[in-house]
Design a protein around this ligand. Structure first.
Ligand code: NAP
Length: 489
């Protein structure tokens, strides 16, 4: 058995995606692992469980394809990315259904993620044609000096479960545009949409060996092989800071290039000159999208005293109205958490906050005895000593912290090892510029709760990562700079 009827019943073209286990590289594995729907517990698929030896073979294939892929013209690589982009748009409803089935997010959010994934392919199909070097004025006339950009080589890519389509596209598309072959390992819990995207990539005509998929339940074994195999020239990882640290250590022996998109602990600050209604809407987006399971999720909401009560009242009303359930049910805004560990973490954060004086304004409990649904929750009177104000919750829990001093709140917002995303609402222009420049974050949303775009550099400072994905900067992460000097002229 590969893909079950629990999945194919949601698809328009089930015949296209029914054998996701049959991807090249995967056929040799003898063990299997299962993928379940987190909303219903239904079995969706059984996939080959690849080990380090299988990863090594996939790396060999990528290495064999690398020279040919790099030798194509930028236009030829661009054309294939365009074709893949088109196929993803054509099959976007099926891709969204696969995503909702394996990850649980509401179907509307899944559709928006597939559109976002396709947008990265489009962006880098265009960007592939804009890889520029430079000429340098030489210090003497007997020589010429220039810089060319070349692909870094085979890339090992590892992606998380929370955005299983867009994280894949955001990594793979600049690498392919730059001329790098790829070995990708998606998360164990959500490998199916990546498998479906690879099926479409084969239809788009990418040469054999350029795109290699690893299905595996043992992420650590795959990671060790990718980091230690000298044929892999770069590791690109999106996931937790903890695993990022480990991979960085493993890459150090070979001084391997790395890009890391890691965890966050985003502050969301509402100043007294903010449009409170707009801030409430922004906070709903920044906190509750994907049930709070996003790296840029607003994790600590700071609200200035004079607007605190108004914000808390309006925000709580909006949160109470969010419908929780199976992502395939229309109007559901909050799906399940990915697993019981995620549920336990949010319960710990609620319990700790309440013990230390936090007040639950709505929610606060899991829904039902089985499953992983949790009520959208607002806690007020939160203090910085509470775990919810220190750690990434990764769930639908919004802690509201009261503040009086606008300078102190920025210092508090920066007082974390993370530096991925921050948000604030204010209208005074002097304040807007001062705060935007003072926040130590790779991305700052000003009067908006949503800022991801293929056109912008996504990434973090401090322990939230190294490098950027998206925009023209995302391409640079997959290119080596080479200086050429011709003398004797
Ligand atoms: P995770 O546990 O770090 O897992 C991410 C990926 O790494 C999965 O494919 C996982 O495989 C693999 N992995 C786990 N242990 C590994 C090891 N020892 N060696 C190599 N690979 C290993 O993170 P997650 O729980 O899936 O994702 C949530 C985290 O990702 C959050 O912290 C979130 O903030 C962060 N995130 C960051 C961004 C960003 O752009 N900055 C975007 C999305 C998510 P298995 O599934 O097989 O364990």
């Amino acid at each position: 058995m590969t893909v079950t009827q629990s999945l194919t019943k949601h698809l328009k073209n089930p015949e296209l995606f029914v054998d996701l286990a049959g991807v090249p590289n995967a056929q040799e594995a003898t063990k299997r692992f299962s993928v379940f729907n987190p909303s219903t517990g239904e079995l969706l698929a059984e996939l080959p469980d690849m080990d380090a030896a299988d990863v090594s073979k996939a790396i060999d294939k990528a290495d064999a394809a690398q020279e040919l892929w790099a030798a194509l013209t930028a236009r030829e690589r661009s054309d294939m990315l365009w074709e893949w982009h088109q196929l993803i748009l054509i099959h976007s409803e099926d891709l969204a259904a696969i995503l909702t089935a394996e990850m649980g997010k509401p179907l509307a959010e899944a559709k928006s993620e597939i559109a976002h994934a396709a947008a990265y392919l489009q962006w880098y199909a265009e960007e592939a044609n804009r890889i520029y070097g430079e000429t340098i004025s030489p210090p003497s006339n007997d020589r010429r000096m220039l810089v060319i950009k070349q692909p870094i080589g085979v890339v090992g890519a590892i992606t998380p479960w929370n955005f299983p389509a867009s994280m894949v596209a955001r990594k793979i598309s600049p690498a392919l545009a730059a001329g790098c072959a790829i070995v990708l390992k998606p998360a164990e819990q959500t490998p199916l949409v990546a498998g479906a995207m690879f099926t479409l990539a084969r239809m788009a005509g990418f040469p054999d060996g350029v795109l290699n998929l690893i299905y595996a339940s043992q992420g650590d074994a795959v990671g060790r092989e990718l980091c230690s195999n000298p044929k892999v020239r770069k590791i690109s990882f999106t996931g937790s800071t903890e695993v990022g640290r480990l991979l960085m250590r493993q890459c150090s022996d070979q001084i391997k290039r790395t890009s890391f998109e890691l965890g966050g602990n985003a502050p969301f600050i509402v100043f007294d000159d903010a449009d409170v209604d707009a801030a409430v809407e922004g906070a709903i987006q920044a906190k509750f999208r994907n049930a709070g399971q996003t790296c840029v999720s607003a994790n600590r909401l700071y609200v200035q005293s004079s607007v605190y009560d108004e914000f808390a009242k309006k925000f709580t009303e909006r949160v109470r109205a969010l419908r929780v359930g199976d992502g395939f049910v229309p109007d559901v805004a909050i799906g399940p958490l990915i697993d019981t560990c995620a549920l336990a973490k949010i319960e710990d954060h609620v319990g700790d906050a309440v013990r230390k004086g936090g007040k639950i304004r709505c929610g606060g409990s899991r829904i039902g005895k089985s499953g992983t649904f949790f009520e959208p929750t607002v806690i007020t009177e939160v203090e910085r000593t509470m775990r919810v104000a220190q750690e990434e919750t990764f769930g639908p829990l919004a802690p509201l912290i009261r503040f009086n001093d606008p300078d102190q709140v920025v210092r508090e917002a920066n007082d974390t090892i993370y530096g991925l995303a921050a948000y604030f609402y204010a209208s005074n222009l002097k304040r807007v510029w001062r705060v935007a420049e003072a926040l130590e974050y790779g991305m700052v949303g000003i009067n908006t709760g949503r800022m991801s775009s293929e056109a912008a550099p996504f990434g973090g400072m401090k322990q939230s990562g190294i490098g950027r994905e998206g925009s023209r900067h995302g391409l640079e992460d997959y290119l080596e700079m080479k200086y050429l000097c011709m003398g004797g002229l």
